[in-house]
Design a protein around this ligand. Sequence first.
Ligand SMILES: [Zn+2]
Length: 339
Amino acid sequence: MRTMNERIVELDGGWLQVKVPLPYSLKWVNAYLLPEGDSGWTVIDPGLRLEETEVFWEEVMRSRNLAWGDIARIVVTHHHPDHYGMAGWFQERAGAPVWMSPVAHSNANRLWGDGETFSEQLTAAFLRHGLAGELEDAMRAHLTGFRAKVSPHPSEVRLLSPGETFSMGGVEWDVHGGEGHAPGHLLFHDRTSGRLIGGDQVLTDISPNIGWMPGGDPDPLLSFLDSLRRLRALEVSEVFPGHRSPFARFRERIDELLDHHGRRMNKMAELIGERELTAFEVCELLFGARLRDNAHNLRFALAETIAHLVRMEAEGTVVRAARAGASGEATEYWRLERS
Ligand SMILES: [Zn+2]
């Protein structure tokens, strides 16, 4: 583990950016600590719950002379495990409320709550989209493996929705919603300074994962692009993102992301060409077959591929047909629409 000095960045206004380690290619998630005067600190997006991150946070607290009682509340931008995972763990220690959107709250329960059936539903959907049968068990294990990484769930959740204002760190924030990456994603904008606490809605260097899933947003890529076009109107001086470092070029980055998804859809149409392919086959052409060794990356790549195919279908670029695949089970195939 890197030294604490490399892991905690002091920002203007007494904020702390804490780089909470992640065992994925993203390497870390940014938690932000905002000072609340005598009442302590607000923690935003505490991270994925692992033994390693528990030890990490204990070290962070020690290095800053913080006690658990100094944590006044926990705010979660969206329900993804790398952001939400430690919310309940923090709450157990600090006795502080967890704030999140109602949609994020219901998603956290649907995906990882007791008796969840989501892992099974997503695995089945992936098989229908052509996932190679020998990867089924690894995919299921990957999905159910998240339960421990978001446990315990917070017992006291306070709900916060787009359109409301929320005060933290001495600032009255406008709460905005973002869709496409995670339903019910919250962003916090300070109209005075132009600061934006953006979660994963707009990231620099990385294009946020846009994943289709059963029972979720039927067209997440459309929702993402619409959200970006809407958020683009905000006057933003600096984005405090969920991954990588704070950055200033908000509108330019949005334009790049809008462009990126357009180009990706063109690329996919090119790859399909004259063929009829499953989403899994398109995914392997797009991202490479080495994804087979990494269920985590494969899951995001395949969900992203399906999200793009669904958008292309709505735009009239591709059509799908279900028929028996190699396994004999109903499988969905995609081909270019010839108009
Ligand atoms: Zn995320």
